[in-house]
Design a protein around this ligand. Structure first.
Ligand SMILES: [Zn+2]
Length: 263
């Protein structure tokens, strides 16, 4: 990494031409917001930004293999930049989902997409949810086509990590049942990334694997899809909690503010 082509950059969301935006050291991490700085790696990571839809991304990561992601990012030191990843956050998110859906019908099939170690789904199963996990980085031999359909898909702190947003969306479209709901969290870049300013946002951190940074407009474009049949509705409950759906399922109609529960 560190050798960046500057020409022919295409926005992976809206397919418009885009250009390089800024460069940060690979070791820039989300811990900087807590005053923790890791030594500079000397590896420059470029981010590009699409002026049309606001999507900001690190193009070099789009071609990394799962093995390379594990070597560079999701290695033994990842826990230093994301200490809650293994246990604390899955437990918080399980509690949040259980309080958001205290009476989820047992017929509702739930998939946690980008699940890491699978703890979230394990905890939900202990509360009698019909939950399974899938992680594209860990389950690379699993065919998404053969996973079946799910009524509720959660993707908590996943979108900012994906190297290929179109693959993410095609996976979600394959996996969601016709009147299902995708609940996901990723922090919106609106108000945090500005044209003609340096990329100073704490969330734009390659060491955490934050390589895809979404504006609200970019998520709206992804929701529309590329064919009329693929069109989903998109709702943002907060700058961090969002949903895709065709129509709100009956078991979720009462939700007004999922962000109060899903973190
Ligand atoms: Zn774009």
């Amino acid at each position: 990494m560190g050798n960046m082509e500057t020409e022919n950059l295409i926005c992976p969301v809206c397919f418009g031409e885009c250009s390089l935006f800024d460069v940060v050291d690979f070791n820039k991490s989300c811990q900087e917001i807590n005053g923790k700085y890791f030594h500079l790696s000397g590896v420059p990571i470029y981010y590009a930004r699409c002026a049309a839809c606001g999507f900001c991304f690190a193009p070099e990561f789009s071609t990394l293999s799962p093995e390379e992601f594990r070597a560079w990012i999701y290695n033994d030191e990842y826990i230093l930049v994301d200490p809650g990843y293994v246990e604390a956050r899955p437990r918080e998110n399980a509690a949040g989902l259980l309080s958001l859906f205290p009476h989820l019908p047992p017929s509702v099939k739930h998939l946690d997409y980008g699940s890491g170690n699978g703890l979230l789904a394990n905890l939900l199963r202990e509360s009698n949810w019909n939950s399974v996990s899938y992680d594209p980085l860990l389950d690379k031999d699993v065919s998404v086509e053969r996973l079946g359909k799910y009524d509720l898909i959660t993707a908590i702190e996943v979108f900012e990590h994906v190297p290929d947003v179109q693959k993410l969306m095609s996976d979600l479209r394959l996996l969601l049942s016709p009147d299902g709901l995708v609940l996901f969290s990723t922090l919106l870049s609106d108000g945090n990334i500005h044209a003609n300013q340096r990329l100073a946002w704490w969330y734009a951190s390659p060491r955490n694997g934050h390589i895809s940074l979404f504006s609200k407009k970019s998520l709206e474009i992804l929701a529309k899809g590329q064919t009329p049949n693929a069109r989903w509705n998109f709702t943002s409950f907060s700058e961090d909690a969002h949903a895709f759906y065709t129509s709100v399922p009956s078991w979720a109609k009462y939700i007004k503010r999922p962000d109060a529960a899903v973190t």
